[in-house]
Design a protein around this ligand. Sequence first.
Ligand SMILES: Nc1ncnc2c1ncn2[C@@H]1O[C@H](COP(=O)(O)OP(=O)(O)OP(=O)(O)O)[C@@H](O)[C@H]1O
Ligand SMILES: [Mg+2]
Length: 223
Amino acid sequence: MTPILQLANIRKDFAQGGQALHILNGLSLSIGPGEVAALVGPSGSGKTTLLQIAGLLAQPDAGQVWVHGRASEKLGDAERTKLRREKLGFVYQFHHLLPELSAEENVMMPQLIAGRAKAAAANEARRLLALVGLSARLAHRPAELSGGEQQRVAIARALANRPALVLADEPTGNLDPETSASVFSMFRDTLRETGAAALIVTHNHELARSCDRLLRLEHGRIV
Ligand SMILES: Nc1ncnc2c1ncn2[C@@H]1O[C@H](COP(=O)(O)OP(=O)(O)OP(=O)(O)O)[C@@H](O)[C@H]1O
Ligand SMILES: [Mg+2]
């Protein structure tokens, strides 16, 4: 089966004060359809850099990225944006919800951008918010939701265009341990329910071990 994400021999350097930092050093990995993988590694090891490259938001200095079997280096800007919009979903440590929109409208937004009709987008938003247990909070704005609830809205939003792959950068990193564990398991179960694959950065090894696969980033490679 074609992997949903494949990285081969990725290198990424950052020049800092005349010195080259080798952050990703010939890194390779492959994620299959529906596979939920956790990514752990020390602070500064390059996890966010890796997600940005996998999400087609940054270019590697060398190596190749395939999303759904398509080689990203051959794509123009418009095609790259289209591939990102159609195949990928993103969840960040701080949810980045739009403050003036309700939970339902926040989950509708990426669908409207992708061209879905308003009524269909609203239906899908309500279905996803029900999956993350927020049916009773549809009209709440982010400021009227708890931290864990805001993060659950962000998870529903990431799934709104039925991505084949969700990239999540410490999606529960700003929550207390108990809320973090419950939001994380809800996230994992929702991914399984929708069949989306995921690469989830987390500092919590217990949560990481509950995924299908545990990837460790060290010295610029997956070990
Ligand atoms: N634009 C940049 N310019 C220079 N150095 C950078 C840049 N972006 C990242 N770095 C460096 O690359 C290294 C990896 O950064 P990255 O954000 O990927 O780490 P991380 O594994 O996500 O860490 P954390 O767990 O703290 O979020 C860091 O040492 C950082 O200083
Ligand atoms: Mg990071």
